[in-house]
Design a protein. Structure first.
Length: 200
């Protein structure tokens, strides 16, 4: 016998998604992120993604769908997740775990790139340090966040916040949906060669 009701769990997940949808800036912020990323890729830049634990899996999923494919055949797009074990363990050992993402951005990030950071708490210290490097190097930063956005909402260029203060899995479930919409939008904008401006 399970300690929880399966349908209640699904209803809770739906309620978290509904709360996110009902925010007044939900669609506009996703469209702005699509525009930033599509412009960067279209102009020879790249999107670099990162997160911890399950959020690293989301960062990997985002990057592989762009460099591989999502729904339709099209050219490969420049996207990379910070996930190389040798980099993570080298930097973690020599500089500390807080530096694993920022160190990568220092070496690989360029002005005109976009950093997609994922943090359900909004307070991941290694994502915070990565945002600081973005500010120094002219890399735009888009954050997928949870709860109230934490410290990262004020450090990045574009916070996308799932307003849920419970377990992180519910936030991650919505982050996955947002990631799919981002990828679909980037594909559509780049495939059409559109000079597109998101809705205000």
């Amino acid at each position: 016998m399970l300690s929880f009701n399966v349908l209640d769990d699904l209803k809770e997940a739906a309620a978290v998604l509904d709360a996110y949808i009902r925010q007044p800036d939900t669609a506009a912020n996703i469209e702005k992120a699509i525009q930033l990323m599509a412009e960067s890729i279209g102009q020879g830049g790249k999107v670099i993604s990162a997160g911890n634990g399950g959020s690293m899996c989301d960062a990997l999923h985002f990057a592989e769908e762009l460099s591989g494919r999502y729904r339709d055949d099209r050219p490969s797009y420049a996207a990379i997740a910070i996930c190389d074990p040798s980099h993570l363990t080298c930097v973690g050992n020599d500089y500390g775990f807080d530096a694993v993402f920022s160190r990568f951005l220092q070496g690989v990030g360029r002005k005109g790139d976009v950093f997609l950071g994922i943090s359900t708490s909004g307070n991941s210290s290694n994502i915070i340090k990565a945002c600081e490097v973005c500010q120094q190097k002219g890399i735009a930063s888009v954050m997928l966040l949870g709860k109230d956005g934490g410290r990262l909402k004020d450090l990045c260029d574009l916070p996308i916040i799932v307003p849920h203060c419970g377990y992180a899995d519910r936030i991650q479930e919505v982050h996955t949906m947002i990631i799919h919409i981002l990828i679909r939008g980037i594909e559509e904008v780049l495939a059409a060669g559109q000079n597109w401006t998101p809705n205000a």
